[in-house]
Design a protein around this ligand. Structure first.
Ligand code: 48F
Length: 258
């Protein structure tokens, strides 16, 4: 006969063991969208200790919805190469344009990231950032349910050598950092430059260039990179998100191994 309390104990035991293991790590990522998960995959593949904290119940951010709820995504040549590496099936639509099922894309990328050793903690929101000696040193976390219910409950903190801001359009981690601290970011104005209106071609290109360290030990990736550095959004073309995730992983791996 099944014992209900053994089921409960198994879940609590295993979950807290998992969470305890990730109170300190190489890289903590805020947001499990395509950029954050791709970054986690390449970091884990290089044997770095990496976890993603995701506010929502579901992971995948804006990828599930494709464009306007049509669950197909478009990628260019570079994005195709990365999807090939993940084993996502793609179809050529036109010269330089490829499509994939958005559900297959995000589930495959996430599965590869987890199997490579990355951890994803869903239902946890990043509500603040840890600063140690003037540098980013980790994330301040709370249950998303606490945030949603607006409960007065203090958060917990984890440490990481590097943080990736991958919360997409709203730039939640960076906005909090700027709001609470009198600092200058590594941007032309020293502040958040702000997202510009749609331009797929420029947006796809700049999102890779803008993937970099924006404050000591804090990197921006994905749509957050363009929003931080004043570049356009690009809509439902996702190659740039994958390239940005790969790029941020490479930059951090170099720092960790350099
Ligand atoms: O928005 P999202 O998919 O970001 P991304 O990886 O990809 C952008 C594209 O989806 C699309 C686009 C490009 O084609 O413009 O928008 O850059 O994923 C961001 C994830 O971060 C989570 C959010 O729920 C989503 O899953 N998130 C946002 N704020 C927080 C957070 C927070 N404070 N704590 C934890 N997770």
């Amino acid at each position: 006969m099944l014992d209900d309390t053994i089921i409960s104990k198994a879940i609590m035991d295993r979950y807290f063991k998992k969470l305890m293991e990730y109170t300190e790590m190489d890289v903590a990522i805020a947001g499990a969208g395509p950029a954050g998960i791709t970054a986690a995959y390449y970091l884990a593949k290089a044997e770095k200790k990496v976890a993603i904290f995701e506010r929502k119940l579901s992971i995948g951010g804006g990828m599930w919805g494709g464009g306007m709820m049509f669950n197909e995504i478009v990628v260019g040549e570079e994005g195709k190469r990365i999807l090939d590496e993940f084993g996502v099936r793609i179809e050529k639509y036109d010269e330089g344009y490829y499509t994939a099922d958005s559900v297959e894309a995000i589930t495959t990328i996430a599965s590869k990231a987890i199997k490579a050793g990355a951890r994803i903690f869903n239902l946890i929101s990043v509500e603040d950032i840890l600063i140690i000696d003037g540098k980013v040193g980790g994330l301040v976390l709370n249950w998303s349910a606490v945030e949603l219910a607006n409960l007065h409950v203090d958060p917990l903190t984890i440490k990481s050598k590097y943080v990736i801001e991958a919360t997409g359009h709203p730039l939640e981690v960076l906005s909090t950092l700027v709001r609470k601290n009198n600092i200058r970011l590594f941007t032309p104005s020293g502040g958040i430059e702000g997202e510009r209106s749609m331009h797929a071609d420029i947006g796809e290109r700049t999102v890779v260039e803008n993937t970099k360290e924006i404050y000591y030990n804090l990197y921006v990736a994905g749509m957050a990179a363009n929003a931080a550095f004043g570049a356009p959004r690009m809509g439902p073309i996702f190659g740039g998100m994958l390239q940005s995730g790969k790029r941020v992983a490479e930059l951090i791996i170099n720092r960790l191994e350099g």
